[in-house]
Design a protein around this ligand. Structure first.
Ligand code: NI
Length: 226
């Protein structure tokens, strides 16, 4: 997953459009409000203030949607999710190569997480802007439909190429996983996928599937911190 795992339809088209309307009407501030000193040099965008009531309400809706996404839960094995933030890249905006801060502390609270995974949930469709591609670990450029999300290891060097037309709205946040190690987390996701596929053809009560499900949970027990 070093290239990132796309998760389609975290929000429905209607949910994404409604969220977009709500945040577009808000006052936007310089995106460097959340940056570390190094990434501030590379970052040119706008974002909603963390204490914006609309940002908090919309962030809560995203957290609810994540809880309903079986693929997100299986892939991220989330322990904590940073309250979602929102950014907008207008024409000429971009974000040069950087790595996200390892520890994120929410200002004015005791909420802190270790960022194991980074997520971008797109709120603009790809035909609404040019540029604005997320490039993680020098992989293929990522531009998803509104409502779709990309999940990638927060340790990955990544950038957003300059927007040359239109504007790109997105939510972004970090996840602390119960399983810190990327390779262990990927192994669990692969095992879970194989078990689900077998269960669909053989039935949940097949004794081999019961055994494999036990293996999954025993690996998770070994590897999880929660
Ligand atoms: Ni970043």
């Amino acid at each position: 997953m070093s290239a990132g795992l796309p998760i389609a339809g975290v929000l429905t088209r209607a949910e994404a459009a409604e969220m977009r309307r709500a945040i577009e009407a808000e006052p936007w501030i310089d995106g460097n409000a959340t940056s570390g000193a190094q990434s501030a040099l590379a970052k040119h965008n706008r974002q909603l203030p963390e204490d914006s009531a609309v940002a908090r309400e919309m962030g809560g809706r995203i957290l609810d949607a994540l809880g309903r996404s079986a693929l997100f839960v299986a892939a991220a094995l989330p322990l904590k999710v940073y309250p979602p933030l929102f950014n907008r890249y207008g024409q000429g905006d971009g974000f040069g190569t950087h790595v996200d801060n390892a520890i994120r502390i929410r200002r004015g609270s005791d909420f802190r997480i270790r960022s194991d995974l980074s997520a971008t949930l797109f709120l603009s469709d790809p035909d609404e802007y040019d540029g604005g591609e997320l490039i993680a670990d020098e992989g293929a450029p990522i531009r998803l439909r509104a409502g779709d999300m990309i999940l990638y290891p927060a340790s990955t060097l990544h950038r957003v190429t300059p927007v040359t037309r239109g504007s790109r709205l997105a939510s972004f946040f970090w996840i602390q996983s119960m399983v810190r190690d990327d390779a262990a987390r990927r192994t669990l996701l692969e095992l879970d996928g194989a078990i689900q596929a077998l269960a669909a053809t053989h039935g949940q009560s097949d004794p081999r599937i019961v055994s494999l499900t036990g293996v999954y949970h025993n690996l998770l027990r070994r590897w999880a911190d929660c």
